[in-house]
Design a protein around this ligand. Structure first.
Ligand code: ZN
Length: 583
């Protein structure tokens, strides 16, 4: 990588240019599928066109839920509140029920409680996990006590993207409202003292199919024509819909995307691949309906050509100085570490990508990185209370222009320029699958130890160790100069390895479905084996789990074999062509 060129590119990040975009974004609230949002998309399209990109403004059906008015009344007293995207609407006079405190609303908190026909009082953000448990337990409503004094907008659907005929039944059945942390604590204390409390929840939520926009802007890499539909590309994406004015989330991120696109386009002659920039709707009010639809509608194109997905969210927030926890998949951690070290001056510890943030492409098998990059450092009020501490204004009307720190916006954008340039300018994408193999070996060793004689994982372990060795060998070979044929070979192999391994590390392994928007451990297909460790072999439940566990092993085994054979074929071709090294 050419360090002088990289510095020159990063130095071009212009705060003036980004603040100009932010002033436009500050004019409109961008709720999914509304005319104001569409107007704002037209601005993005015009800017991307000015930077030389070919743009397509798509429109598609999406199942969108926009929260309206809400009232919470407890024994004659009205509490400040909001309702949430995908809450049920209440009957016109509200929904009355007895309150039952369910702590943080985890599985163990619901255990042993009868909440049927009642309203649960849960501490913390209104998440899909709590909605699912409350709905299944037959609760009528959910009252959430905010982790702080602010009312944070949330989406409570566990269904990823627009529901299918099969998943529509998983939408929440409850009316969901949030009150302040202090109001929630008072109710909790009264319940703990043995008082019976009735609450009345009233909520209007506009849920239904709407047309939503989706902007795709692209430029082919050097040597490819405008209509080349074979050349691989890097996907840079972020949502454009917002809660309220959403200047950090996601106005600043959209300004970052425009700026990265502008700067990179100037050196297009050096691109080894194309760049595709996508702005989604339906992130906040459709549970990633835009990116999820795009994954379905362009499945074949993405499967054949997309090398990596870089997501941009909530850049530039005041006080978001901590860069140690940026999220990335393991094969891209080296790219993230270098960008953050050189442009942010921080040392990345890394964090596994969660089930959020328009990461709709794990099933296809596209390596992914980032949501945002910076967050509030330890010791600040949000730390420990929010999954991503991004400042108190996150998902509130307070997310306005004054929450953007121009210096942090420039720092974050430099990190994104550095990241995209690492991916765009190198012919063989820097995907290091040795790290995935290391993680899978560690998982399998733990399970193998715990299941001992009951379940033989030695075959999977051997194939995973082979994967590690193959990936390491390829990495060493790629340090040598390569002919264009060898480059093609290596790039194709890494694409095949991605398609095999990303789905088993980040999804249950179905390449066409979306897993629910609920927390998932690494290598989700291994879950039956993890559950099996907790049971005695003779129990019926253990035998049921063993059926799933065998299937899980087959799924993982096939993925490992596919990855290993792609790598071995590539290595033997490289070995068979010694002239390549000299060309
Ligand atoms: Zn966001």
């Amino acid at each position: 990588m050419n360090k002088a060129l990289m510095d020159r590119l990063c130095d071009q990040v212009s705060v003036t240019e980004m603040m100009r975009h932010l002033e436009v974004f500050a004019r409109r609230m961008k709720y999914s599928g509304t005319p104001e949002e569409l107007e704002s998309f037209l601005y993005l399209q015009e800017e991307m066109r000015r930077y030389g990109y070919r743009t397509t403004l798509l429109s598609h059906d999406a199942y969108i839920s926009l929260p309206g008015d809400a009232h919470v009344e407890v024994q004659g007293q009205n509490l400040a509140c909001i309702t949430h995207s995908f809450s049920r609407s209440s009957p016109p006079n509200g929904l009355r029920g007895k309150l039952v405190h369910v702590g943080k609303g985890r599985v163990e908190d619901f255990a042993g409680l009868d909440v049927a026909g009642k309203i649960v009082l849960a501490e913390g953000l209104a998440t899909p996990a709590v909605s699912m448990l409350a709905s299944r337990a037959g609760a009528l409503g959910q009252l959430h006590a905010s982790p702080d004094e602010h009312l944070h907008e949330m989406i409570v659907s566990p269904v990823w993207g627009s529901p299918t005929h099969e998943t529509v039944a998983n939408l929440p059945d409850t009316v969901v409202c949030t009150i302040s942390g202090a109001d929630g604590a008072r109710l909790r204390d009264r319940l703990a003292a043995g008082e019976t409390i009735e609450a009345n929840l009233s909520a209007k939520v506009d849920t239904g199919w709407r047309k939503t926009p989706l902007l795709v802007a692209e430029l082919p890499g050097s040597g490819a024509s405008e209509d080349d539909d074979e050349q691989p590309f890097v996907l840079l994406s972020g949502h454009h819909d917002t809660w309220h004015y959403g200047l950090m989330d996601n106005g600043a991120a959209n300004a970052t995307m425009l700026e990265v696109a502008r700067i990179c386009a100037r050196e297009r002659k050096l691109w080894a691949h194309g760049l595709r920039v996508a702005f989604w709707s339906g992130h906040s009010h459709g549970r990633y309906s835009g990116s999820s639809w795009y994954a379905d509608a362009y499945w074949d194109d993405l499967n054949r050509r997309c090398l990596a997905h870089v997501n941009v969210d909530s850049t530039g927030g005041v006080g978001n100085t901590d860069l140690t926890h940026a999220m990335t998949s393991s094969e891209l951690i080296g790219v993230a570490r270098l960008a953050i070290r050189e442009q942010g001056g921080g040392e990345l510890q890394g964090r596994r990508l969660g089930r959020g943030g328009d990461q709709s492409f794990f099933g296809i098998g596209i390596p992914a990185m980032y949501g945002g990059v910076g967050e509030q450092p330890p010791g600040t009020p949000m730390h420990g209370k929010f999954p991503h501490p991004l400042g108190w204004w996150w998902h509130t009307p307070g997310d306005t222009l004054d929450k953007i720190d121009p210096e942090i916006l420039v720092r974050d954008t430099r990190i994104y320029v550095h990241t995209i340039w690492q991916l765009l300018s190198v012919a063989v994408p820097p995907l290091d699958f040795a790290e995935n193999a290391r993680r899978l070996v560690a998982e399998l060793e733990t399970l193998s130890g715990a299941l001992a004689e009951r379940f033989d994982l030695s075959g999977l372990l051997r194939r995973t160790r082979d994967l590690h060795s193959n990936a390491e060998t390829l990495r060493r070979r790629l340090a040598d100069p390569l002919s264009s044929a060898a480059v093609e070979e290596a790039r194709g192999a890494l694409l095949a390895v991605s398609r095999a391994l990303v789905p088993i590390e980040y999804s249950r392994g179905d390449r066409f479905e979306q897993d629910p928007a609920l927390m998932q451990p690494a290598f989700p297909p291994l879950q039956p084996l993890r559950e099996l460790c907790k049971l005695q072999a003779e129990e019926d439940a253990a035998k049921f789990l063993s059926v799933s566990a065998m299937r899980a092993c087959n799924r993982i085994g096939l993925a490992l074999d596919t990855a290993n054979s792609a790598l071995e074929k590539c290595l033997s071709r490289l070995d068979a062509e010694p002239s390549l090294a000299a060309e």
